[in-house]
Write a protein that binds this ligand. Structure first.
Ligand code: CTP
Length: 401
């Protein structure tokens, strides 16, 4: 962060008082800060406070009314290494999305060539409104980073999502951007996640307990490192991640088709999904009724295609293929078998015998088995941290290629 030039854009929300702390974090870390305020922001915190903290005059107007000095938004846009808009009100988000340029903050935004970060802050109904959500999505799709609002008590007294993220969280996100090299920039990464559902009839399916959390955490981590991520997801109850192309599928067959479609343009494929190994031979188009004679019912199953193994066969020298193995017994032996059979570069082993590992948990405990029989064991960690460990190992392979 030392020497980085940061524009902090402050818009008119009660959270503007927290921006004082945000500026201090940047200054403490050695960054150079220039603050741009909208007129409305000045109602919530004084320019004097922010000028003192940032050690630079605060800019609001296109020119200084007293001496006619021109505040060039073009120069500001070129000067900055990052622009952080915090708080970003619903009004400013809408204007950013539509390219409206009616104040210095917005003209500077339109002129900026640097990465843009924004921290929404507003009342919960405004936040949830489809217009605001669409604006946020569009800005993220434009490549900007949203430091999402927190849930809690809002200035209105209502409780819900809309509170600006804490200054330290915003600072960490920007700091992370600068500290982490965009090590996977230019890489196309295909990730499978979640379970598959194999339909028996219109109301029943064969499935499993996979929550998709690990696969989604991997997708987020790869995106953070600059990769283009395609996430092929089975049915899960996780919100669609921003900035990641998510292909929703139901069955193993659909997951297979999606993977075959994207694999030729993929540099790295991470097969995290818990794919059904068998699917009903027939899917009834009507609900299967209980038999009048009370006899047993048999559902005939046929094997699905092993997606990881198929990709392993198609894999070119330049492509990297990572698999997972969830085991209950003979863990390392079984995982090593999968590594070889599916021609994986490494396999991530979860054992259901480890507390806190596997389906549904927010934590995971993994071992990674490599082609040279090396095994690396990790502690129990959050799935986001496990994703960092896994992607670090992938990066090592990328740099060795
Ligand atoms: N996998 C896959 N397609 C399948 C089954 C599994 O792509 N039809 C992938 C999983 O995403 C995982 C790896 O293969 O990366 C191992 O999955 P797992 O279910 O543990 O192993 P299986 O090969 O299905 O073997 P088994 O169920 O007998 O343990």
């Amino acid at each position: 962060m030392k020497g980085k030039k940061i524009i902090i854009g402050v818009t008119g929300g009660i959270a503007a008082y927290k921006t004082a702390h945000l500026i201090r974090e940047f200054i403490k870390a050695g960054a150079e800060v220039k603050v741009l305020m909208t007129e409305a922001a000045k109602e919530f915190i004084t320019p004097l406070t922010l000028a003192t903290l940032s050690k630079n005059p605060v800019l609001t107007d296109f020119f200084n009314a007293e001496n006619g000095d021109w505040n060039s938004h073009v120069d500001l846009g070129l000067w900055a290494d990052a622009m952080v808009i915090a708080p970003a009100t619903a009004n400013t988000l809408a204007k950013m999305n539509h390219g409206i340029a009616d104040n210095l903050l917005l003209t500077s935004y339109l002129s900026a060539k640097c990465p843009i970060f924004f921290a929404p802050a507003m009342d919960l109904d405004m936040y949830q409104h489809p217009a605001t959500q669409q604006n946020i999505t569009n800005l993220i799709n434009r490549g900007h980073t949203c430091i999402d609002a927190d849930s809690g008590e809002l200035a209105s007294g209502l409780i819900g999502k809309g509170r600006m993220a804490e200054p330290i969280v915003i600072f960490n996100e920007v700091n992370f951007f600068f500290s982490k090299t965009q090590s996977l920039a230019g890489k196309n990464i295909l990730i499978t996640a979640g379970p598959t559902h194999e339909l028996i009839d219109p109301v029943r399916f064969i499935g499993n307990y996979s929550s998709g959390k690990m696969g989604y955490a991997l997708a987020e981590e790869c995106k953070k490192r600059g990769a283009e991520v395609i996430l092929v997801s089975g049915p899960v109850s996780i919100e669609k991640p921003n900035g990641i192309t998510t292909i929703n599928i139901t069955s193993a067959k659909e997951m297979f088709d999606a993977c075959m479609h994207y694999f030729p343009k993929t540099d790295i494929a991470i097969m995290n999904a818990a794919v059904a190994d068998y699917t009903p031979v027939r899917t009834s188009d009507k609900k299967i009724k209980r038999k009048a004679d009370d006899n047993d019912l048999y559902i005939e199953l046929k094997p699905t295609k092993d997606i990881a193994a198929e990709l392993g066969n198609l894999k070119k020298e330049s492509q990297i293929l990572i698999g997972f193995a969830l085991e209950t017994d003979n863990e390392e032996k079984n995982a090593a078998g999968k590594l070889e059979k599916k021609k994986l570069d490494f396999v991530v082993l979860n054992s259901l015998q480890d507390k806190g590992a596997g389906f549904g948990h927010n934590t995971n405990k993994i071992s990674i088995l490599f082609k040279d029989n090396n095994i690396k064991k990790f502690e129990l960690k959050s799935k986001a941290e496990v994703a960092i460990d896994i992607v670090d190992e992938i990066e090592k392979i990328v740099s060795d290629k």
